[in-house]
Ligand binder design. Sequence first.
Ligand code: KIV
Ligand code: ZN
Length: 390
Amino acid sequence: MSQDKIFIFDTTLRDGEQVPGCKLNTNEKVELALALEELGVDIIEAGFPISSPGDFESVSEISKVITKATVCGLTRAVQKDIEVAASALKFAKRPRIHTGIGTSDMHIKTKFNSTREEILERAIQAVKWARNYTDDVEFFGEDAGRADLEFLARVVEAVIKAGATVVNIPDTTGYCLPHQYGEKIAYLKNNVPNIDKAVISCHCHNDLGLATANSIAGVISGARQIECTINGLGERAGNTSLEEVVMVIKQHQSLGLYTDVKTVRLNPISRLVSDTMRMPVQPNKAIVGSNAFAHSSGIHQDGFLKNAQNYEIIKPEEVGADSSRIVLTARSGRSALAHRLLKLGFQFNRNAIDVIYEEFLKVADVKKEIEDEDLKALAAKYHPEVAVAL
Ligand code: KIV
Ligand code: ZN
């Protein structure tokens, strides 16, 4: 079966960097951009050049050093923004201008105090301005997740006619359910006459924890670009997490999709971004959390020790994570205890394990996690010669 490529548009340095406390300086942004290029992303959204002199400089410096990926700068549908972005991108080998405007009635009325017709004109005009500087112009219809479908389709058709090569359909507020977002993309595919002249892009926020599911629903319906961030960083509850969508696509080959991301680099880059942005990753985060490959309940540990695939659908080495861990807690069972004791050099028969296990549970009920030192002390009670030998 032939496979379709999904373009990975990384916005860690733009939407991700908007998170309070995650502000980066130019050197940090350049270092992360180089790591993103090594990871294999197709597009790096380097910043919002008109927003500050620092961001202008970052986009400009990133443009100088990135050789394979497209470098993108964000703008509003404002001529000055577009001129400034073009100037920041002037050294880029593959520059992209990402311009757009709100498309939901909520944004049109209460943010722009405008009308649908006026917004349509502004969208067309912005794309035309951007096309004066580059052939690679992406249009975003902000709050498309809540926009009227027929109006959204009109906007998409008009901006493609004006020269947009990518049309971004953001669920800016993370409002959509996966089937709704998927249907939105399918509607555009089926009702915009010139849609085959542009790539449809998914840009989903995580306010309801649905950003990954929505992006996947989007590509199932025909979108071919996903906008995402390392560790799912981004405004409010964050953006679609890059590591999650990449691994969903890799895991589910039946989707007929692939990305060019080198998955072994996912954990190293997650740590780099977390350290550089001073933003810890939640331990239970899929793919890159410290517990993503840790097993702590007796039932799971027993099954895992018999065959890792009983409880792991991804090998840790495939995503550059440390080896799987068996964590010993009061919920652990005898197999995990015996396994760890053996690793420490203590072999006991079944009866001895039963006795040590009772002692182990008493300690485990008091401590959150049993360390090797605790185990050695327990084992020593029953096996003094070995304990001394260690
Ligand atoms: O969430 C959003 O709508 C955005 C746009 C600027 C693309 O980030
Ligand atoms: Zn966004």
